[in-house]
Design a protein around this ligand. Structure first.
Ligand SMILES: [Zn+2]
Length: 304
């Protein structure tokens, strides 16, 4: 069965090259059109992999693009038309290098919670249980309190977007405007984040956009049926989530599973590709994972 492998930002070209070597040892890397054929029953797409890259980080342009071009490969990318044109950062990138304890301090102030409740939790995971407006309130407070400057935009610019579109290397789809955890937002905001990103990206690219990736992407935890319907209403035919699973013809096309690869040497990547489909469900059953961790935070923060 085919599978989809996802990347985010990359800071090491060699790591990306090594990872592609390992993937190409075992699989054929195919364009998204092959995955569409698979879902339409026109191809078995046996032993194939399609690559996707989320967020439109500048490394998509500076590292991933030249490597794929050199190897004659293609990938799908999912971007926010808003950060590209406003030259801003998503909330998690803006706060990525903030001091953890100072960040906890700001979160506790914004949420009017005793800081004790936050001790021991990663502030980034706590922020994933909040709404976008709360996260920006936390960031504003941090900047004010600790005299923190606004970071330069870390994403591709509109000219680069058009170059990537014209290159033939990438299929470009939408990824919301501001990268919220959609499930935490009101119906109105969740719908806006999806529909407006599709509309604005279509306008920038001068064509219809029918692919989308949910921010963070865990079904139920990060998005649900509500978001799948919003995506469908916005004209999306294929929407991508995160689930460590190969593709199957029974997949809901509005929640297509993807594997994430972020780190590890060649040996680790090889093992993950080979045993991942078996190992991941077991890991989720017996060990802590992000879903459980965030539920624990929510319980700890907002109950009693
Ligand atoms: Zn993302």
């Amino acid at each position: 069965m085919p599978r989809i492998i996802n990347f985010h930002d990359i800071d090491d070209r060699q790591w990306f090259e090594d990872t592609l070597d390992v993937i190409q040892d075992k699989f054929e890397i195919v364009p998204f059109s092959e995955i569409k054929k698979f879902y339409k029953g026109q191809s078995t797409a046996k032993n194939t992999v399609h690559l996707t890259v989320d967020d439109g980080h500048i490394s998509t342009y500076t590292l991933i693009y030249p490597v794929l071009k050199e190897r004659g490969l293609t990938a799908s990318i999912f971007v926010s038309p808003k950060v590209i044109s406003d030259r801003t950062n998503f909330w998690y990138l803006e706060s990525a290098e903030y001091d953890k304890q100072k960040l906890r301090e700001c979160i506790s102030e914004v949420l009017k919670l005793n800081i004790e409740k936050l001790n021991g939790f990663y502030p980034r995971s706590v922020m994933k249980t909040l709404r976008l407006d709360q996260n920006w309130e936390v960031i504003e407070l941090y900047r004010e309190k600790f005299n923190e400057p606004i970071r330069d935009c870390q994403y591709i610019n509109p000219v680069q977007l058009i170059e990537l579109e014209k290159s033939g290397v990438f299929d470009i789809g939408a990824h919301t405007m501001n990268h919220p955890i959609l499930a935490n937002e009101t119906e109105r905001i969740s719908n806006f984040e999806i529909a407006e990103s599709v509309r604005m990206l279509s306008e920038m690219l001068g064509r219809e956009v029918d692919t989308f990736a949910y921010p963070n992407g865990s079904p139920i935890l990060d998005f649900g049926k509500r978001e799948m319907n919003f995506a469908k209403d916005a004209g999306i035919k294929y929407a991508f989530s995160f689930l460590f699973k190969d593709l199957s013809r029974n997949d809901d096309l509005l929640s297509i599973p993807r594997y994430g690869l972020h780190h590890g040497d060649k040996d680790f990547i090889r093992k993950k590709l080979t045993y991942g489909p078996v190992w991941e469900p077991i890991k989720r059953m017996f060990f802590s994972n992000e879903d459980k961790y965030r539920k624990k935070i929510q319980k700890n923060l907002f109950q009693n």
